[in-house]
Design a protein around this ligand. Structure first.
Ligand SMILES: Cc1cc2nc3c(=O)[nH]c(=O)nc-3n(C[C@H](O)[C@H](O)[C@H](O)COP(=O)(O)O)c2cc1C
Length: 196
C-alpha cells in the first residue's frame, strides 16, 4: 500500500539530476531592462536566495537552486578565466562587474551584466556573496563575445583544467595589458560605450 503511494509521487527534483548535462539549444532568452536578476550565497558560494526574475529566466524552481552553487547555470562556452577572476576578486573582498552568459534549465542562454559583491557582517567578516544582474545591451555582448571566444579557444588547447585556466587567465591579463588598463577599465569601457 505504502509502495503504491510512493509510486504516484512526482519524481523528486534531484532526479532532474545531472543539471550540468543541460544542452545549450542556441536559443537566446532576454528579460526586461528594468528587471534585476538577484541571488545571494553563503560564504562557500552555495545559493541561499534567488528572486522571482532569477527563477523565471533560468527556468528553475526555488527548491532546485537553493543549496546549490551557481555552476547550476554555468554555460559551457563561458571561459574559466572569468570565474577565476570573479573568485579571486571576491577573495580579495572586492566587488566585480562581469558579463556572463548563463544556461537556463531548458538549454536557452541569457547574457547578463552582473555586479557581484561580498556581504560583510558587523565585524567585517564575509558572511556571503550577492549578485544582481541586468540585461546587457546587444552591442556590449557583441564586444564581449569575441573576447570570451578567444579565452575559450585558449582553454581548449589544454586538456587539464588547471593549465587551461592558467593559460586563459594569462591571455586575459595580456589583453588587458595591451589596452593599458585593468580588468575594471576594460569592463567599464564597454559599459560606458555600449550600454547607453
Ligand atoms: C554571488 C555569485 C554569483 C554567481 N553567479 C554566477 C552566474 O550567474 N553564472 C555562473 O555561471 N556562475 C556564477 N557564479 C560563479 C560560480 O560559483 C562558478 O564559479 C562558475 O559557475 C564556474 O563553475 P565551475 O567552476 O564549476 O566551472 C557566481 C558566484 C557567486 C559567488
Amino acid at each position: 500500500m505504502e509502495d503504491d503511494v510512493l509510486d504516484t509521487q512526482p519524481a523528486p527534483q534531484a532526479s532532474r539530476g545531472a543539471f550540468r548535462s543541460v544542452r545549450p539549444t542556441g536559443v537566446e532568452r532576454t528579460f526586461s531592462p528594468d528587471e534585476l536578476i538577484v541571488s545571494k550565497t553563503d560564504p562557500r558560494g552555495v545559493i541561499t536566495y534567488a528572486n522571482d526574475v532569477f527563477l523565471r529566466v533560468s527556468g528553475y524552481t526555488m527548491d532546485e537552486v537553493v543549496g546549490r552553487p551557481h555552476n547550476l547555470i554555468r554555460h559551457p562556452e563561458m571561459p574559466r578565466a572569468v570565474f577565476q577572476l570573479l573568485w579571486d576578486t571576491l577573495a580579495a573582498r572586492r566587488e566585480l562587474f562581469a558579463y556572463i552568459n548563463n544556461l537556463a534549465a531548458d538549454g536557452a542562454h541569457y547574457w547578463v551584466l552582473a555586479h557581484v559583491t561580498p556581504s560583510f557582517g558587523p565585524n567585517g567578516t564575509v558572511i556571503g556573496y550577492h549578485s544582481s544582474r541586468r540585461k546587457p545591451s546587444p552591442r556590449a555582448v557583441d564586444k564581449v563575445r569575441p573576447l570570451y571566444k578567444r579565452l575559450l579557444a585558449e582553454e581548449r588547447r589544454h586538456p587539464h583544467a588547471k593549465a587551461a585556466v592558467a593559460a586563459s587567465s594569462q591571455l586575459l591579463a595580456d589583453i588587458i595589458a595591451e589596452q593599458g588598463g585593468s580588468y575594471e577599465d576594460l569592463v567599464w569601457s564597454i559599459i560606458n560605450r555600449e550600454e547607453s
